[in-house]
Write a protein that binds this ligand. Structure first.
Ligand code: RIB
Length: 310
């Protein structure tokens, strides 16, 4: 069973010619209201692969919250443990430029009230593969991850978005609960900085893997993904090249599909398992870039199986 513990947002998405610089105003013909939140996106990505997925998080007692919950359920994600609190549902303000790149501001709302105790004991056990991100309070995620590990489960931690002020003690505590860390190139360098720094993202991944005694996966966009193991091995999995329409949610698709593939294959740390799972995650992330919105382009398992990129 995959337990996604994280954020649930409604995304307000505007297409722009160029993302505004500080102090600048740009015009967009309109905006779309789309389902998002890193946690919810990862849950949907894993569920579309056919995995048994339960989401734990918080929404507000408002229309966005109801719609987000209904969307998760419609995608096959278990929603019984989503709490409707007093704060409004999280909202992300997203601009997407002509090259498919984005800039995102998240108004956390209900996500900021999530607590580690929101995860019921009934979801914990050796079969639990938990997926964490960084859009809810870190203390809550650390508490939940510790409970997952104490019950014999495993944890994939996506360090996104990486906080600029992440301290060494916090990072070490996070790594101590982590079986697989997933970061992008920038997050890898930011995290390694908390441990003393690294010259490039590959060196950062090696440092994080060694010092955290964990597997560190780095997503590198069009260059694919790399993973480093605690014993210093680094491997590369190529991306599937596409012309992106919108890269929003590509990283979440990667994490959700990775979790699904690892849960299906069982043994997380096997090199062959990782190679295969990361190949599927890279392909799914490329597919996700072919539609506007975080979840619109996420493939189902049959769609991923059948995909023949040009
Ligand atoms: O990773 C993409 C997501 O980040 C968006 O869906 C938005 O909600 C923000 O959380």
């Amino acid at each position: 069973m995959i337990l996604v513990f994280g954020s649930i947002n409604m995304d307000l998405v505007a297409a722009v010619t160029a993302i505004p610089r500080p102090g600048e105003t740009v015009l967009s013909p309109g905006y779309r209201t789309l389902f998002g939140g890193k946690g919810a996106n990862q849950a949907v990505a894993a569920a579309r692969m056919g995995s048994d997925v339960t989401m734990v998080g918080r929404v507000g007692q408002d229309g966005f919250g109801e719609a987000c919950r209904a969307n998760l359920a419609a995608n096959g994600v278990g929603t019984d443990h989503i709490v409707a609190g007093t704060a409004p549902t999280g909202c992300a303000f997203i601009t997407v430029d002509a090259a498919g790149e984005n800039a995102i501001t998240v108004a956390s709302g209900a996500n900021a009230a999530v607590e580690g105790s929101d995860v019921p004991a009934s979801l914990l056990g050796p079969q639990t593969l938990a997926v964490m991100q960084m859009e809810i309070p870190l203390a809550a995620s650390l508490a939940a991850a510790t409970r997952v590990r104490n019950a014999g489960g495993r944890v994939i931690w996506n360090l996104a978005p990486a906080p600029a002020d992440l301290g060494a003690a916090e990072l070490r505590a996070l790594l101590a609960t982590t079986d697989i860390l997933v970061v992008n190139e920038i997050e890898a360098l930011m995290a390694a900085k908390a441990l003393g720094g690294a010259t490039d993202f590959k060196a950062a991944a090696r440092r994080l893997a060694r010092e955290g005694n964990t597997i560190c996966v780095v997503t590198a966009g069009a260059s694919g993904a790399f993973f480093s193991t605690p014993d210093g091995e680094t491997r590369h999995v190529p991306a599937v090249p596409v012309s992106p329409v919108d890269t929003t949610g590509a990283g979440d698709t990667f994490v959700g599909v990775l979790a699904s593939e690892l849960a299906r294959r069982g043994e997380l740390a096997l090199r062959s398992t990782l190679d295969a799972a990361l190949g599927r995650a890279c392909a799914a992330a490329s597919m996700a870039c072919l539609a506007t919105g975080a979840q619109a382009g996420m493939p189902t398992r049959p769609q991923l199986d059948a995909w023949q990129p040009r």
